[in-house]
Ligand binder design. Structure first.
Ligand code: ADP
Ligand code: MG
Ligand code: MG
Length: 208
């Protein structure tokens, strides 16, 4: 029950944040894309907020997280809908027995693997992968090697994601719409890496 409440609280915070950052994310996407990333993310997470409220009372945390993914797939088109939604849906199976330090690492790794598999972007292609990769590696290392509590591990992962977002600025985009610009994409921050950071910041704030 507390895990269910935590997932719902996280969804509420993420939906609020996406709605608050709608204009900013769309500005980033207007520089190197088609100016819809903010609208996509806000619409998607507002739909998730409604869907989660109707979820079965006996749904386990994995089922709830799966609902997040399924709803994003159906509400958000473009590149980010299937990448966020499909990867959350697929990784949610790691949470079937509850959210623990161990299962959260498995979820994070499965999520990153799925995003890379679906989108075909490696590190340095100027995508959400550039925020996610350092975040997931830092989270895993903090928990498995440094034995930090999940909250501290997540805080370190957020810092790593932020560095990843900054790292996208000088890169030339190699995937997605921004890649059509070639060298003209250099000097702009990637929208999807930025929304990934914002989501992680809200997960941390929920856990705190
Ligand atoms: P679209 O580009 O279809 O309009 P969005 O604007 O919602 O979709 O999302 C754009 C973001 O999606 C980019 O900033 C980038 O982070 C991410 N993205 C696009 N293509 C890929 C890909 N192949 N792999 C990983 N991320 C990608
Ligand atoms: Mg776009
Ligand atoms: Mg689009």
């Amino acid at each position: 029950e507390t895990q269910r409440a935590a997932v719902i609280a996280a969804v509420e915070r993420v939906a609020d944040r996406m709605t608050a950052e709608k204009t900013y994310l769309t500005e980033l996407d207007s520089a190197i894309g088609d100016a819809d990333h903010g609208a996509n993310m806000a619409r998607g997470f507002e739909a998730v907020r409604e869907k989660i409220a109707d979820a079965d009372a006996d749904a386990d945390p994995g089922d709830l997280v799966k609902t997040v993914g399924v709803t994003l797939i159906s509400e958000v088109g473009g590149a980010s809908g299937p990448l966020y939604g499909g990867s959350i849906m697929s990784a949610s199976t790691e949470l079937a027995d509850g959210i623990t330090a161990e299962s959260s690492v498995a979820f994070a790794e499965a999520y990153l693997a799925k995003v890379k598999d679906r989108g075909g972007a490696e590190l340095g292609a100027k995508t959400m992968v550039d925020a996610l990769t350092p975040a997931v590696h830092t989270y895993k290392k903090s928990i498995e090697t440094d034995d930090l509590p999940p909250l501290e591990a997540l805080a370190k992962a957020v810092d790593a994601a932020e560095r990843g977002v900054n790292y996208t600025v000088p890169l030339r985009a190699q995937k997605g719409r921004a890649s059509y610009l070639g060298w003209r994409s250099v000097g702009h921050q990637d929208p999807g890496a930025t929304s990934t950071l914002f989501i992680m910041e809200e997960l941390l704030a929920t856990a705190e």
